[in-house]
Design a protein around this ligand. Structure first.
Ligand SMILES: [Cu+2]
Length: 303
């Protein structure tokens, strides 16, 4: 038995070594030019038809939100079920046909104490994990990097605070320009590229009206408010493509400002920052659109 374990271990180590060599090989093959897209496309978290429930959690924050949601849902199910059964029983048991002369009872101290104390206990067992989660969400200290996200009518601007000069805009790809592999109404021209496994702080603001920076699979949702910075953070657990949307009605093309995130391993992110710095210079902080444009014109203006 022990010998078989030893053999299995050796085999596993050989397999790991092979994977590492292959990984190194592919990393080398990918090195020029660096495309975060290929890595990130291996996993795509996008809405699908007949979807119910939340998207799969891709960050510890969303995992905690999922957990709290189910925790409260089960408590609610218990409360609604219990009250429903009690009401059904009372309606049946004390119906007029069976009780022609209704009881005149109005008070029962024991029951009144119970129906005050039990809801207090239920609220306490809900509030403790809720407040823990609020503190967890608010703790954006010690990030690996900070991205300043600015909402504009109708596109996003991403400024990488740790990469001087890296500041670019991200527009939705218009319906008539969608290519295979892109998702209509969600894919963008320049996605937000982020490293996996690192704490990323977002400073969220707006250049014009209220927008909403909403990333459902990462558990991030903050209003982008002109003149104010709001912060949030995330830690993306595996490479992939993740989507979000502006979820604060912000004008005519509110629906045309999705958020696309390409999450890649750290070394690929670092390599990408160099190519992005070289390629995105002409794209940095484009002219804000001062007046609403029909979408086809907006598409022309933004590509
Ligand atoms: Cu918006």
């Amino acid at each position: 038995m022990r010998r078989r374990d030893g053999t299995a271990k050796t085999l596993a180590m050989l397999a790991m070594a092979a994977v590492m060599v292959l990984h190194g090989h592919f990393a080398l093959a990918q090195s020029a030019p660096v495309s975060p897209t290929a890595i990130a496309n291996s996993y795509v978290e996008a809405p699908h038809n007949w979807q119910l429930w939340f998207p799969a959690a891709a960050s510890p924050m969303q995992a905690k939100i999922d957990w709290l949601m189910q925790y409260v849902l089960w408590i609610m199910t218990g409360v609604v079920g219990f009250v429903g059964i009690l009401m059904g029983y009372a309606m049946f048991r004390f119906r007029a046909g069976r009780n022609p002369k209704p009881s005149q009872t109005t008070h029962n101290t024991l029951i009144e104490v119970i129906w005050i104390v039990v809801p207090c206990i239920i609220l306490a067992i809900i509030i403790i994990p809720s407040i823990n989660l609020i503190y967890y969400e608010a703790n954006d200290s010690d990030p690996y990097m900070t991205v300043t996200v600015t909402g504009h009518q109708w596109y996003w601007e991403y400024k990488y605070d740790s990469v001087p000069g890296l500041d670019y805009t991200s527009y939705m790809i218009p319906d008539n320009e969608i290519k295979p592999g892109e998702i209509r109404r969600l894919s963008v021209d320049h996605p937000l590229v982020l490293p996996v496994g690192e704490k990323i702080r977002f400073v969220i603001t707006s250049a014009d009206v209220l927008h909403g920076f909403y990333l459902p699979s990462l558990g991030v949702q903050k209003y982008a408010i002109p003149g104010t910075d709001q912060t949030s953070w995330t830690l993306i657990e595996k490479p992939g493509t993740y989507f979000g949307q502006c979820n604060q009605i912000c004008g005519l093309n509110h629906d045309a400002m999705p958020i696309e995130i390409k999450a890649v391993p750290l070394q690929d992110y670092l390599a990408w920052t160099k190519t992005a710095l070289a390629n995105y210079t002409d794209n940095a902080v484009s002219q804000p659109l001062s007046s609403p444009m029909p979408r086809n014109q907006l598409a022309d203006a933004t590509r």
